[in-house]
Design a protein around this ligand. Structure first.
Ligand code: F6R
Length: 364
């Protein structure tokens, strides 16, 4: 049931304020400012290293989580795609917790990577959408994301729910490790509780994105740029676009632009820049200006202050509500998804069933 939407993907994008709210309600129950985990939970105080493993979109959720765990909890994090991790036979030193992220909970490579860690890691955690899945059953602690059934092959609501649960887990790690005081923790929790409302506002501006998508639909290549936590989101935005619109898209950390990809810039290749007004904003904007100086067409996704400062010469702007810097990857996921969706609709591709792709990849 598409609930009045043209595609499951549109329905699932629109559901995000509700399902993210659901995830928040489970992990941050109203009435107090502590993180509640299912079962016995986990205490991060004795953990010395975290390994995050997944595939595809779930891998980009892990890449984002690395910023959170390292910045807030001061916990060293290694992230890998499951198909590389499992065959590299990496050492898993004492004190390592291994965490696997999977919407389906059945991805063959992720499950194999989990089994490799069995008996080696201190504890095996998973962040899953399907609680009765193999990955959930085989972990010491499974953390459900509460996204509900995801039908569209391109993952949307599972991604933002994965991010929400991972951010809350990073806050728990920060508290366990004495890296955050009660007041700061309460501030972060209040900000997270406000996220569904901001997501509603972000979804409102679908029309600007839809118009930009009409033009993207005629291009062959698109570049996504982001810095810090916006870098993994740039990767996710590019993946979403190629999956459903079949347009070649790639993403770079903004700082890498001048190390090669800037050679691609010409008036025919749009560059999507994800840049909230955060401490890295000026750096990203200077990369964006390098693109415009070479006649690249920029689509800038930022907040009011960011657009105020940097809109000169930009081709299209998409305005996001102001959001706490830690939460920006979750909020900015919405315009990235909408851009892919509307581009695919404009091209007339099969949005919910893109060619060559399966919802659950149970063979390697
Ligand atoms: C992208 C997408 C895939 C999955 C990947 C992992 O839109 O859906 O990249 O994210 O196949 O799947 P799960 O999360 O089920 O392990």
């Amino acid at each position: 049931d598409k609930a009045g939407h043209k595609h499951f993907m549109a329905k699932e994008i629109a559901e995000q304020p509700a399902v993210v709210g659901e995830a928040i309600a489970h992990y941050l129950p109203a009435g107090d400012d502590t993180v509640r985990l299912p079962g016995e939970g986990i205490d991060f105080s004795g953990v010395s290293r975290l390994v995050l493993v997944a595939c595809g979109t779930a891998y980009y959720a892990c890449l984002t989580a690395k910023y959170w765990f390292e910045q807030i909890a001061r916990l060293p994090v290694e992230v890998d795609v499951a198909s590389e991790f499992r065959y590299r036979e990496p050492p898993v030193p004492a004190g390592t917790v291994a965490l696997f992220v999977s919407q389906s909970g059945e991805t063959a490579d992720t499950l194999a990577a989990l089994r490799y860690c069995r008996g080696k890691a201190e504890k095996i955690l998973s962040v899953v959408n399907v609680p009765e899945s193999s990955i959930a059953r085989e972990s010491d602690l499974a953390l459900p994301i509460h996204a509900g059934v995801e039908v569209g092959v391109a993952s949307t609501k599972a991604f933002t729910c994965q991010l929400t649960v991972l951010l809350i887990l990073a806050l728990k790690a920060a508290a366990d490790r004495g890296q955050i005081n009660a007041e700061t923790l309460a501030d972060h929790i209040a900000a997270i509780r406000g996220l569904p409302q901001l997501m509603n506002v972000a979804l409102d501006d679908g029309e600007t994105v839809r118009r930009a998508a009409q033009w993207l639909a005629d291009t062959r290549d698109v570049l996504f740029l982001g810095r810090g936590m916006m870098y993994p989101l740039a990767l996710e935005g590019a993946l979403k676009l190629k999956e459903i619109s079949y347009i070649h898209a790639e993403a770079y950390a903004s700082g890498e632009l001048k190390h090669g990809p800037i050679a691609l810039i010409d008036p025919t290749m749009p560059v999507v820049v994800l840049a909230p007004m955060d401490p890295l904003f000026d750096k990203t904007v200077s990369n964006m200006q390098e693109v415009m100086a070479r006649k690249g067409k920029v689509l800038l996704i930022s907040d009011e202050a960011g657009l105020e400062t940097a809109r000169d010469g930009v081709w299209v702007t998409v305005k996001m509500p102001d959001v706490a810097p830690l939460l920006s990857p979750i909020l900015y996921a919405l315009p990235a998804q909408l851009l892919a969706y509307h581009t695919a609709v404009a091209k007339g591709t099969d949005v919910d069933q893109p060619r060559n792709l399966a919802k659950s990849v149970t063979v390697e």
